[in-house]
Design a binder for this molecule. Structure first.
Ligand code: 8OZ
Length: 361
């Protein structure tokens, strides 16, 4: 008998050959000036095409959406041409690939911004965390609050990026609304102190996400649009007074779109899966009426179990995919896993990127 984890599934219009996704992983190896990926990215993603679905590293939707050194973009012709080589390579191996659309909001540094401007955010509150610039780790710059009149531009930038993604040959997009970046900053009370239509009530805090989702799904189809949320994660200095209430509202709103999937970081991003009192992940999961993608700290046993019990249609595995390009094959055979080297996670070249061995050498 084949375990459910290794059987095909349908995520909206995206047919996947197994229920293991490669989670989005920032690797900081794009050209810092152009935001274009290179030939080594083609090799890196090709090697991992055995995943049912690859979600690319986060890609900024505009110059303003950039917050780290050497992250890729998906808004220029050059970026589209560079990503096209990646999507062609993954498709040639029979894989599927979506791109994660990213606006960092306040998690940025002026030196990474167009004209060295201040990063933008819901409110002028510094996250008090560090980002990675040309000079190494630096404190995030003080952001300025977006004006109401600028929201249409932000929505346009997401839509434009989604259209560019389809032109680059992606099977769809994942809207990054997790981990303390722009859309999460609007959702959560610790970073959103606005008193206009985009702040205050949960309905107002979710407005930008709903507008972005509406515009992107209209542009490329809801069945090719996924969303990532991290309701209970403190990543990047984020907090919310009542995440359960906030995300019940968000998920109810998302249900109306018919999305390809909802990707949820369960617990603290890249850390503990423990929840605090009053945090009910299962209630949120059960509220969503489409394909559910679970993520955070899953190993083989947990993934097998999540697929078998129907907790998730698909399970996203992050860091283990860095060192194990043939992760799906290793899970199938219950084979030993390579250890990743954290020193080469962010930045650099082929080392620690394309040189991890497969089981067959
Ligand atoms: C690690 C380093 C930089 C960015 C996220 C896009 O947390 C990221 C990220 C992760 O979602």
């Amino acid at each position: 008998m084949t375990e459910t984890l290794f059987t095909p599934a349908k995520l909206g219009a995206i047919d996947v050959s197994n229920r293991i996704a490669m989670a989005p992983l920032t690797r900081n190896r794009a050209d810092n000036d152009t935001g274009e990926v290179a030939d080594m990215h083609v090799e890196y993603y090709r090697q991992r095409a055995g995943a049912g679905l690859i979600i690319t590293e986060a890609a900024q939707i505009s110059g303003e959406g950039k917050g780290y050194f050497q992250t890729p973009g998906i808004y220029t012709e050059g970026q589209v041409a560079a990503w096209r080589k990646v999507t062609d390579a993954v498709h040639a191996e029979g894989g599927k690939i979506v791109i994660q659309l990213w606006h960092v909001g306040r998690i940025s540094h002026s030196s990474l911004q167009p004209d060295e401007q201040a990063p933008v955010a819901p409110s002028p509150l510094n996250a008090g965390v560090k980002t990675f610039t040309a000079n190494g780790f630096e404190e995030t710059s003080d952001p300025r609050a977006l004006e109401v009149g600028e929201m249409a531009r932000i929505v346009y930038d997401y839509t434009h990026a989604a259209e560019m993604a389809m032109r680059a040959g992606f099977d769809g997009v994942e809207i990054h609304a997790a981990n303390g970046y722009l859309l999460d900053q609007f959702l959560k009370t610790g970073s959103n102190q606005r008193d206009d239509a985009y702040g205050g009530s949960v309905e107002n805090r979710a407005r930008l996400l709903m507008e972005v989702t509406s515009a992107v799904t209209k542009a490329i189809g809801a069945d090719r649009t996924g969303i990532r949320l991290s309701p209970f994660s403190p990543a990047n200095g984020i907090s919310d007074d009542n995440p359960q209430e906030t995300f019940e509202h968000v998920i109810k709103g998302l249900n109306g779109f018919g999305l390809a999937y909802l990707h949820m970081v369960e617990g603290a991003t890249g850390g503990s899966r423990e929840l605090a009192e009053g945090e009910d992940l299962k209630a949120l999961r059960d509220l969503f009426d489409g394909p559910f993608m679970a993520n955070n700290g899953y190993d083989r046993e947990m993934a097998l179990n999540a697929a078998e019990t129907g907790h998730a249609e698909i399970i996203a595995i992050g860091r283990p995919f860095i060192a194990n390009p043939d992760l799906v094959e290793r899970y199938k055979r219950d084979a030993p896993m390579n250890e990743g080297n954290p020193k080469t996670y962010y930045g650099g070249g082929h080392e620690g990127f394309t040189d991890y061995p497969t089981l067959d050498g």
